[in-house]
Write a protein that binds this ligand. Sequence first.
Ligand code: CO
Length: 299
Amino acid sequence: MPEQTESVRKAGKIASEARDYGAKLVKEGARALDVAEAVEKKIRELGAAPAFPCNVSFNHTAAHDLPSHGDTRVFKDGDVVKLDIGAHVDGWVSDTAVTVVVGKNELGGKLKAAAELALQNAIKLMVPGNTIGDVSAAIEKTIRDAGFNPVVNLTGHGVGQYEVHTAPAIPNIGTKSPYVLKEGDVFAIEPFVTTGVGMVKETSGTQIYRWTSDRHTRLPESTKILQIARERYARLPFAKRWLVSDANVTPAKLALVIKGLVENGSLYEYPPLREVSDAPVAQAEHTVIVGKEPEVVTA
Ligand code: CO
C-alpha cells in the first residue's frame, strides 16, 4: 500500500542512519546507556520517532536487553553487542539491527558474518511468488553451513502501522510456511546465530513495556503512566527509563507502578531473551519491501 511504502522508506532511511551512528559509538569503555540515548536522540533529530527503545543486548542475551535508568554497564573487549533499532514515520515502522564485536573476538566475528550472510541470502528471495518457507530454509541453510545454529524461537515478522510485529512470522529455520510473498509486502528479516542450542528464554530485568488497556491501580501515578504510554508512545513499546522524566517520578516509584500495571494486564512486558545454553548470539536485521528487485529500506 502506497502510504505504507513511502513512510516505511523514510523510517527505514532514518533507522539505518541511526544504526550506523550507534554502531560507531560501541567501543571498549563506552556506556551502553549513552549509546542507547544517543541513538534514540538521533532518530528524533532525523525526523522520525523510535518505534521501540534502542535495544543493546550483550553476548548471550539475544534481544530485549535495554540499559535502565542510571545503568553503568560499559562495553568490554570481546563483547558481542546487538543494537536493534526501530523508527516510525506516521506510525509506519522500520526495524533494523547490527552486531558489533568490541575489540578482539574471532568467534564473535564469525557469528556476525554468518548472520549477515543469512540475511543477504534471505533478502534475495523476497520476490513475489516465493513462500516464507523458501526464505526460512535459506536462512537455516546459510547458518548451518557456517557451522552454527539458528535461534529457533525468534523470528522475522511483518511490520504495520503502530505495530512492530505483525503476522506472518519469518522463522529462522526451514518451515513449510505456505504464505506466498506479494509485491509490496513489508517484512523485517532477522536471523539470529549462535554456537549454543539455539533457543532463548525470558530472563529478569525487564525494561520494555507496551500499553494494552486502561486498568488503573490504586497508586495515583498509574493514571498518568497509562496516559503517557497510550498517547505519547502510541501503543508502541517504550523504555521504563523514558518514563522517569516523562512522568516525573523516581525510578523506585516507577518500578512499583509498572509492576502493578503489568500484573493487572494494562502493560505488556518484554523481558530480556537469553540463549538457554548461555552461548553468544549475533543478529542482523533489515526491513525489506517484496518486489522483483527486493527493496531494503534500512540498507
Ligand atoms: Co524485528
